[in-house]
Design a protein around this ligand. Structure first.
Ligand code: IMP
Ligand code: MG
Length: 198
């Protein structure tokens, strides 16, 4: 059955795709301020090294880094992504390593979303081997229903239902990352589904 159209929707009508706002940009920013304060409270005197997972975690990292008082540095790592699919293959592969060593540093791993947890499990194992002083995880979104690997975030933005979301860094086939909010993507026409399969 077609969904009612009166729900507030901005953006994205490409090939029948729809994005319905789930978390506004303003709510995201407010939550990030609170997380930044919490992180600084937990590590009052330490230089903090933020590591973001490309590309989805980039906006979260830049907003978080600017909200944390005191000394902050950052770096990036990349792992294999979903490509055009909306479901994880469960396979994690490192595609870009860090520029600098994390040994002895207080590291905050900054991720966009925790879904099955396979990505985070892989990264935590990799990072632990490199002997950071502390290792913590900040995740903007969590879909607890989907969890397969036994991992959790130390700092969490929002728990969300089991829906495919885009915006604020999260993509569908590399699109929608630039939305300032997080929205639920639905592919609600035969046309959209066909386009997505290509
Ligand atoms: P996990 O390994 O299953 O926890 O998946 C983590 C990665 O999958 C995230 O960093 C995202 O890149 C991607 N992902 C998971 N759920 C979504 C979603 O709803 N929208 C967009 N990307 C997602
Ligand atoms: Mg990601």
């Amino acid at each position: 059955m077609p969904k009612p159209r009166k729900i507030r929707q901005r953006a994205a009508n490409r090939r029948g795709e729809r994005v319905k706002i789930l978390i506004s940009g303003r709510r995201i920013q407010r939550r990030i301020q609170a997380i930044a304060k919490q992180i600084r409270r937990d590590f009052p005197d330490e230089p903090l090294h933020l590591v973001s997972v490309l590309k989805g975690g980039v906006f979260f990292l830049t907003d978080l880094a600017r909200s944390i008082a005191g000394e902050v540095s950052f770096d990036f790592i990349a792992v294999s992504s979903y490509g055009k699919a909306t479901r994880s293959s469960g396979q994690v592969r490192l595609t870009r390593d860090l520029d600098s060593s994390i040994e002895g540093k207080t590291v905050i791993l900054v991720e966009d979303i925790l879904d099955t947890g396979m990505t985070l499990q892989y990264l935590l194992k990799l990072f632990q081997q490199r002997k950071p002083k502390h290792l913590r995880v900040a995740v903007l979104l969590d879909k607890p229903e989907r969890r397969v690997a036994p991992v959790r975030a130390d700092y969490l933005g929002f728990s969300i239902p089991n829906e495919f979301v885009v915006g604020y860094g999260l993509d569908y086939a590399e699109r929608y990352r630039n939305l300032p909010y997080v929205g639920v993507l639905s592919l609600d026409s035969k046309l959209a589904k066909k386009a997505a399969e290509k």
